[in-house]
Design a protein around this ligand. Structure first.
Ligand code: IMP
Length: 211
């Protein structure tokens, strides 16, 4: 069995290879698999957007391989309670694609400057979708994508802190660590992150599905 993951992001691929490695050693990026799906992510939830990406990639992968193929994609973002759940599914494009994360993080802290501690709740969310393509069958005959969704709960900090991670990590405070998710190590983060948890949940779903 092969897994194709609909991403070009090397960090995600490394994490996926670590987590999914005991299902199969053959885990390919879209580029390695020679499929280049770039669908419009116009769903209204993380789950829908992950399913759109996995389905588009599965259509292109159909018929390419003799063995069973699982085509996976993820979609993730940050929900801030005091901003009514923003930036949510718009996390990557929030405040403009060309605005740096340093700038985005400063703007968010400014918007939340009068928000008391108890109202600063936030979470990272990740949905993972997987389309199982049985050998020799077209994508149209694959069932609905399997979906998992997990969160990492925290609070918006008062200051930017930490140089690990990416995106909104420097303003995301993990109360049980007393540090932001940019201040903990990558291994510590993978163990508790929304993406790590959603990928591990998908690994178990796939184990059942393929048994
Ligand atoms: P995507 O799922 O790769 O499209 O990521 C969506 C966006 O959500 C990223 O560009 C980041 O802005 C944000 N995001 C998702 N996960 C994380 C995380 O673990 N740390 C920081 N930002 C994240």
């Amino acid at each position: 069995m092969k897994i194709i993951f609909a991403t070009g992001n090397e960090n995600k691929l490394r994490e996926i290879r670590e987590i999914m490695g005991d299902l199969t050693e053959e885990i390919l990026s879209m580029k390695e698999a020679g499929v280049a799906a770039d669908p419009e992510e116009n769903g209204s939830s993380f789950e829908e957007n992950a399913a759109i990406k996995a389905t588009a990639c599965a259509e292109l992968a159909t018929g390419k391989y003799a063995e069973d193929v699982v085509v996976m994609a993820d979609d993730s973002g940050l929900e801030i309670d005091a901003l009514g759940g923003e930036p949510g599914i718009y996390s990557a494009r929030y405040l403009g694609h060309d605005t740096s994360y340093d700038e985005k993080n400063r703007i968010i802290l400014e918007r939340l400057k009068d928000v008391p501690e108890e109202d600063r709740g936030a979470r990272f969310v990740c949905a993972v979708a997987a389309v199982v393509l049985p050998a020799g069958k077209p994508a149209a005959e694959a069932g609905e994508p399997l979906i998992t969704r997990e969160t990492m709960e925290g609070r918006i900090a008062h200051e930017i802190a930490g140089a690990n991670g990416f995106g909104y990590d420097p303003i995301f405070l993990l109360p049980e660590y007393g540090r932001t998710s940019a201040e903990i190590s990558p291994d510590e983060k993978n163990a508790i992150s929304h993406r790590g948890k959603a990928l591990r949940a998908m690994r178990e779903k796939l184990r059942e599905e393929l048994a």
